[in-house]
Design a protein. Structure first.
Length: 249
């Protein structure tokens, strides 16, 4: 990817909120903000992949000081244009390795963003980076899908998730490498466009091992932000790891 903004450059940023409109609805964002505000307490929050401010803006509106890390200047510019956006500090860079000043009581990665790191090495580095930024007793929260491999019959590697006369969207899995991609075909006035974004899917147990390598321990895991039980039928997870009190960064 040659664009300095990665896969979330100007063309994606221009329509990101609209294309993900259901994720910006209050009934989706409010429960997440409630959990993160509770975990932040009187402290600061660090959002990795802050994007256009879907969670950061309402969290800051609750009085929580928020700082973000993001590679995409275009996405951050769109956040800056929103009410309150210019009051949130952002460091441009790769959230797996970028350092910021100070410590935080909560750090979080939402909406499958951990999968934007497309190697296990980068995902492990992300956990270690977060651990170095957390205060003792602080928490790292990840919201991410559970890989949908159960939807793959033998010999098939694609899972469609949207089909309409003008738009097709499907995920492609490589079970040997845990590489996957989300692919989009859009037709406007008879002309088609195609976009593919690479990811690396990750299992709950694998995330727990990454946390252990970073000196964090699992505190809670739910199916969603309302605290629903996580089961073998869950399609997503919200996991909370904490940095033990008395251990350095």
């Amino acid at each position: 990817m040659d664009d300095e903004d990665g896969y979330f450059g100007k063309s994606v940023a221009a329509t990101y909120d609209e294309s993900s409109a259901e994720m910006f609805a209050a009934d989706v964002t409010d429960p997440a903000v409630e959990v993160l505000a509770r975990l932040a307490g009187p402290g600061r929050a660090l959002e990795l992949g802050i994007g256009t401010g879907r969670i950061a803006l309402p969290l800051a509106g609750r009085g929580v000081p928020v700082h973000g890390i993001d590679m995409s200047r275009a996405m951050v510019a769109r956040m800056r244009a929103k009410p309150g956006g210019d009051g949130i500090g952002v460091t441009i860079g790769d959230f797996a390795t970028t350092k910021v000043d100070g410590t935080f009581s909560v750090a979080y990665l939402v909406f499958n963003t951990i999968m934007n790191l497309t190697s296990q090495e980068a995902q492990v580095a992300c956990f270690r980076n977060v651990a170095a930024h957390l205060e003792p007793g602080g928490c790292f929260v990840i919201e991410v899908m559970v890989p949908e491999l159960r939807k793959l019959p033998p010999g098939q590697h694609a899972v469609p998730f949207h089909v309409s006369p003008t738009r097709w969207a499907f995920d492609v899995y490589d079970v040997a490498t845990q590489a996957m991609s989300s692919n989009y075909v859009n037709v406007v006035d008879g002309q088609g466009t195609y976009q593919s974004i690479p990811f690396r899917y990750v299992w709950p147990a694998e995330l727990d091992l990454m946390a252990q390598l970073a000196g964090l321990r699992l505190r809670e895991r739910w199916e969603g932000w309302a605290g629903e039980p996580f089961t073998n039928e869950s399609h997503r997870q919200v996991s909370v790891w904490e940095k033990p009190v008395g251990e350095g960064g």
